[in-house]
Design a protein around this ligand. Structure first.
Ligand SMILES: NC(=O)c1ccc[n+]([C@@H]2O[C@H](COP(=O)([O-])OP(=O)(O)OC[C@H]3O[C@@H](n4cnc5c(N)ncnc54)[C@H](OP(=O)(O)O)[C@@H]3O)[C@@H](O)[C@H]2O)c1
Length: 253
């Protein structure tokens, strides 16, 4: 297993939720962490509370110049690049009979194409370190949530991408993995305007029983899964469910 200590890790969407938790988790284990996001106040607050191991760089993953700048910042901060955690994404919900083309294009641009483009730029940096690219999928491809097809299809694409990218980059000793989280209480739905904060709280409480283990997960439990994929040297191309058994579709029949 690889050691986390002294790794240089770039985490997109590190100003909140799973990205923030992953930044804390890796910094606590001795990594040099660079986080990005569009809201300066969010990423600066996370970096300030983590300390010198964490650097915050404002950036939008849909913008090529920003993608180049975030990778350059990670190399500057960590002296190299060992891991790209392509975590930034948004929730996109739209009913099938209300699809709009611009909305669907934005969903795929943000949730899929940005990670592909960032990975493309990262490959030459990850080759010398025999590094890893970690994507974040979703339980939306294990359980079907009506109204969420735009989001679910972007996350299905991420799983397909993981396999092909792993096959393609394996000979260059770059590993690629995907974590498939269950429900974790973050700001993703509130940020998208899908739920109010109160509605989100009650929805997360309501979905706890659908997990085989009877509760939703924490950002640190997702970070543990990411750590495994980063450290395990003979694992690539896998989608690892870290979902408390939500994806099992437990039935009481
Ligand atoms: N929470 C769950 O239950 C759950 C379950 C399955 C999968 N996931 C996945 O987990 C990942 C993290 O989500 P989360 O739940 O932690 O939500 P979150 O707290 O909303 O975090 C997402 C982060 O991505 C950033 N972001 C969004 N668009 C961006 C862009 N264009 N450029 C740069 N940064 C951008 C956001 O910051 P800015 O708005 O400041 O840019 C935000 O900090 C996502 O891939 C999500 O799909 C979450």
């Amino acid at each position: 297993m690889r050691e986390i200590k002294n790794m240089s890790v770039l985490i997109t969407g590190g100003g909140s939720g799973i990205g923030e938790g992953t930044a804390r988790y890796f910094a606590e284990r001795g990594a040099r962490v660079t986080i990005t996001g569009r809201r300066r106040d969010k990423i600066d607050a996370v970096a300030a509370s983590i300390g010198p191991a964490c650097r915050a760089v404002v950036g939008d993953v849909t913008v090529q110049a920003d993608r180049q700048a975030m990778l350059a910042a990670a190399v500057e901060h960590g002296g190299k690049l060992d891991v790209l955690v392509s975590n930034a994404a948004n929730m996109y919900r739209q009913a099938v009979d209300s699809y709009t083309e611009d909305f669907l294009k934005e969903a795929f641009n943000t949730n899929v194409i940005s990670g592909m483009m960032l990975s493309s730029l990262a490959v030459p940096l990850l080759e010398p370190t025999q590094g890893a690219i970690i994507f974040i999928g979703s339980v939306h491809n294990r359980r079907a949530f009506p109204g969420a097809s735009p989001y679910a299809t972007t996350k299905a694409a991420i799983e397909g991408l993981t396999r092909v990218m792993a096959a393609e980059l394996g000979r260059r000793k770059i590993r690629v993995g995907c974590i498939v989280p269950g429900a974790v209480n973050t700001e993703i739905n509130v940020r998208a305007g899908v739920f109010t904060a109160d509605q989100a709280e009650s929805r997360y409480a309501g979905i706890a029983k659908d997990h085989a283990l009877g509760r939703i997960g924490s950002v640190m439990e997702i970070a543990e899964g990411i750590e495994y994929l980063v450290r395990a040297e003979w694992v690539t191309g896998v989608a690892l469910e870290v979902d408390g058994g939500l994806g099992l579709g437990v039935s009481s029949f």
